[in-house]
Design a protein around this ligand. Structure first.
Ligand code: GLA
Length: 388
């Protein structure tokens, strides 16, 4: 990244590089903004931001992938408004840093990413967190504050009322581990997964236009479900606070659609704990069954799946060595995550690609989900991947 940086900006003096990973979520979907549990892993797919001071009072950001350069006077940045453009992510972060009392210094930034965009592997959070580290350029911000600041950037500037999962795992990811996050306390514990299994993500290569507006609808529908629950359980602050049994007592009093939305969140939150328990017992078929239940709940009750995701899940479940499969991330396209035996990965990848191509005339990209470390400065430049 150093040479292309020097070519573009004339100098690489004082250059530092920061990395933040994407993620797949193993289970616990659409539970984070309901204060529940999630179980993501940080991937070795990541966004890299190279940054060096600029001498002319400008902030410049170049995206290699878009082959597009943006430039502003540093003093103008605080007054910029969202443009529905990729630069909204780093600019939103810049705004939150300023709001948190950090001076923004003139700098040149170059972005390289191996997280496929729009794939549901959280390229946005990877860009936010790596940009935040680049703007900070060595100034310290507590990891949890970093995750929360990047979430605020997405909510306040980008305009997506997201939960904390993506930014949190991008900061707190750990090699060889999944991370069980309590989205209320914002604490986490590392979960080591059985050695006999591995996970792969399969990309539908589609992102339906509905995704953003449907996400906002779901956030509101969950708020409506909480209101309904409070008529019988006034102490409940969020769907996290009710058991599936309590929820079923209330469900008949709710609008049918709101009942299904709430049922998904309540059962999904319970499934995270059950999945972690099954994992610690080495109960592989139990883990797989919970993944499939999660998918069916997202498909029928929460209605955030789509034909491509359902096809990939159903096709995966017919293949040798597979324990379970489900959509991962926000939905309406993006990826599935499948749990399988490591020795089955090659045949699985071949067969699922063939089946998907036959059905949709598109070749799906397939990524191994190798749990990796969270965001940090890159000390060894040899580890930076080549331009994509
Ligand atoms: C998106 C959001 C997350 C989370 C997931 C669904 O990735 O950014 O906060 O809500 O959808 O689990």
């Amino acid at each position: 990244m150093i040479e292309p940086f020097r070519e573009r900006f004339g100098s690489a003096e004082g250059l530092r590089v920061f990395r933040a990973p994407g993620r797949t979520n193993l289970i616990g979907e659409h539970t984070d903004y309901n204060m529940g549990f999630v179980l993501p892993v940080a991937l070795d797919l990541a966004t890299y931001v190279a940054a060096a001071p600029s001498r002319d009072g400008k902030l410049r950001i170049y995206s290699e992938h878009r082959a597009e350069a943006m430039e502003w006077d540093i003093d103008a940045v605080a007054a910029l408004t969202p443009q529905h453009h990729w630069s909204d992510y780093p600019l939103g972060v810049a705004h939150e840093l300023i709001a948190a009392g950090f001076a923004l210094h003139p700098a040149n930034l170059m972005i390289r990413s191996t997280v496929p965009e729009g794939s549901g592997l959280s390229s946005s959070a990877a860009l936010e967190v790596s940009s935040a580290l680049a703007f900070l350029n060595g100034r310290t911000l507590e990891p949890l504050e970093l995750a929360k600041l990047c979430q605020r950037a997405e909510r306040n500037f980008v305009g997506m009322p997201c939960g904390i999962m993506d930014q949190y795992i991008s900061v707190f990811g750990r090699e060889h581990s999944a991370v069980e996050i309590d989205c209320r306390s914002l604490g986490h514990r590392l979960v080591s997964l059985p050695a006999e299994i591995t996970f792969v993500a399969v990309n539908t290569m589609v992102k339906h236009a509905l995704a953003g507006s449907a996400y906002k609808d779901r956030v509101q529908e969950c708020a409506a479900a909480v209101k309904g629950v409070q008529t019988q359980f006034p102490e409940a602050q969020s769907l996290r606070d009710v058991t599936p049994e309590q929820f079923e007592q209330v469900a008949p009093t709710l609008h049918e659609l709101i009942a299904r939305r709430g049922r998904h969140v309540v059962t999904e939150t319970a499934r995270v704990g059950r999945f972690v328990d099954a994992s610690s017992r080495g109960d592989l078929s139990g883990m797989g069954a919970l993944m499939v239940q999660s998918h069916r709940s997202l498909q029928h009750d929460y209605e955030v799946s789509c034909a491509e995701l359902d096809f990939l899940v159903d096709a995966a479940l017919k293949l040798e060595g597979v324990f379970g499969s489900r959509m991962t991330g926000g939905g309406f396209g993006g990826c599935t995550v499948t749990m399988l035996r490591p020795d089955a990965v090659a045949a699985f990848s071949r067969d699922i690609a063939q089946a998907y191509q036959q059905q949709f005339a598109v070749i799906p990209a397939i990524y191994p989900c190798k749990p990796s470390d969270g965001a940090a400065e890159v000390k060894n430049f040899e580890t930076i991947p080549a331009a994509q």
